[in-house]
Design a protein around this ligand. Structure first.
Ligand code: PLP
Length: 442
């Protein structure tokens, strides 16, 4: 193969990006529907949102949906819906975006982190069992970077220990776990639908559940204008003002876009899936690089492949650091960077910060004396080392073989010529990752 670009050779990727990475794909129907909401002065209504909720819930085979102002709000609503409250503990993966779990603090609960599985990068069921106490109320499962988590094991653990399961589906809209759509396994699920995500319709989120009481509790928390739907006596007796003091109504420009996005998402998802699998098929067997995708005949899929990453195996490349590897791939013309979301257990918010002035860390604010849930000293070996073992890859929105081949060849060329990179490898650590992932816009 030719000389590496980082050593002065020719770049592998010569194609123009065009709209290869542009997201979301905005069509005329979306534009028109937004203008109609504006002309009807219907931004703050709920009629369009209710239509969107019904269709989104039907897509997942679920009974109830609550459109929310953000994914963050939808996940807090899911927590409240299933009964997370003061003194409870929830178990969440350390490697995820903060909004998978941090909201538990506002409900008086502690966040207990579990390690992730090094292949799926989702919460490791074995480690969930290590974290269960008599205070544990719920497990938050994140289908991380589009990958469906091991739901069979997780649901079995939840059943055995009488725990609620909340799915954070913000990365995995439309993904299947053994043929069943994610977001339909747990007691409640929350989805971010903001612009950077796969199902992208603007600042908004949605919560799904099959449980009527959970649905009504979500309305009670942040949807005062829908309190007339609440029929459970303990809840309706003091309805009218949101119990959480929150207002989480979804913007109808978003729900209107959502109705249009539902029509075209399946075909977009299919094309992305073909494109991404084509990329990984080309790299099958290349030393150092592991794909992050479900096994071929598992019936599981990654939906629309939000923020796709690969698994890096430095030991197969003579110990080459992931940072040096990514620099070389970037020089070839395929922007690559190491790592993924930062490990949350290391953040002081889950150990020492007193957010609300309780005079003790918020993480322990409602725990009995003697219970210290500080997370800064726990050891999560996979989470702690994951920044050196992951790298982002291009998120192709279209199946254009020649372009995808060029990008795959950039990764292949670097992996095959790794020896040339060893002398200049300063072994700079990939660092701590990022609190939020950012996608390439173009
Ligand atoms: C984006 C995201 C959220 C929060 O969604 P917002 O719509 O930004 O509030 C929650 N969980 C995960 C995993 C996310 O990536």
């Amino acid at each position: 193969m030719s000389r590496l670009a980082i050593m002065g050779g020719a770049k592998t990727v010569t194609s123009e990006d065009g709209d290869m990475f542009a997201w979301p794909i905005v069509n005329k129907a979306m534009e028109d529907t937004v203008v109609n909401v504006l002309r009807d002065r219907n931004m703050s209504g709920t009629d369009i949102t209710k239509k969107f909720e019904r269709q989104f819930a039907d897509w997942h085979g679920m009974k109830y949906a609550v459109g929310c102002s953000s994914g963050t709000a939808s996940i807090q609503s899911a927590m409240y819906a299933v009964g997370v409250g003061a003194g409870d503990e929830i178990i969440a993966p350390s490697i995820t975006y903060w909004a998978s779990c941090t909201q538990a603090l506002t409900l008086g609960a502690s966040v207990i982190f579990a390690d992730i599985d090094p292949e799926t990068l989702c919460i490791d069921p074995k480690d969930i069992e290590n974290r269960i106490t008599k205070r544990t109320k719920a497990i938050v499962v994140v289908h991380y970077l589009g990958m469906p988590a091991d739901m069979d094991s997780i649901m079995a653990i939840a059943k055995k220990n009488n725990l609620k399961v909340i799915e954070d589906v913000s990365h995995a809209h439309g993904a299947l776990y053994k043929g069943k759509i994610v977001g339909s396994f747990g007691d409640a699920s929350g989805f971010s639908l903001m612009t950077g995500k796969a199902f992208a319709i603007g600042e908004s989120g949605i919560m799904l559940t099959n449980d009527r009481t959970a649905y009504e509790r979500a309305l009670l928390l942040g949807h005062y204008e829908r309190h007339k739907e609440i029929s459970t006596p303990e809840l309706s007796q003091a309805a009218g003002i949101p119990w959480g003091g929150y207002k989480y109504r979804m913007h109808q420009m978003s729900s209107a876009i959502g109705l249009e996005q539902l029509k075209k998402f399946p075909s977009e998802m299919a094309e992305i899936n073909t494109a991404m699998n084509y990329f990984w098929d080309m790299l099958e067997g290349v030393p150092g690089l592991g794909s992050h995708r479900p096994a071929k005949d598992s019936g599981s899929t990654k939906g629309a492949w939000y923020a796709p990453h690969g698994l890096y195996k430095s030991e197969e490349l003579g110990g080459l650091s992931v940072k040096r590897f990514c620099d070389a791939v970037s020089s070839e013309g395929s922007p690559a960077s190491p790592g993924c979301n930062s490990a949350l257990h290391q953040h002081p918010l889950f150990s020492s910060v007193d957010v609300y002035g309780h005079g003790r860390p918020t993480q322990n604010a409602f725990q009995s004396p003697g219970i210290d849930n500080s997370q800064d000293r726990i050891k999560l070996p996979v989470s702690d080392g994951i920044q050196e073992r992951t790298f982002n890859i291009p998120w192709f929105k279209h199946f254009r073989k020649e372009v995808i081949e060029q990008h795959a060849k950039a990764f292949m060329k670097v992996a095959e010529n790794y020896r040339e990179l060893l002398p200049g490898d300063e072994k700079i650590s990939a660092g701590q990752g990022q609190w939020a992932l950012t996608a390439r816009k173009s």
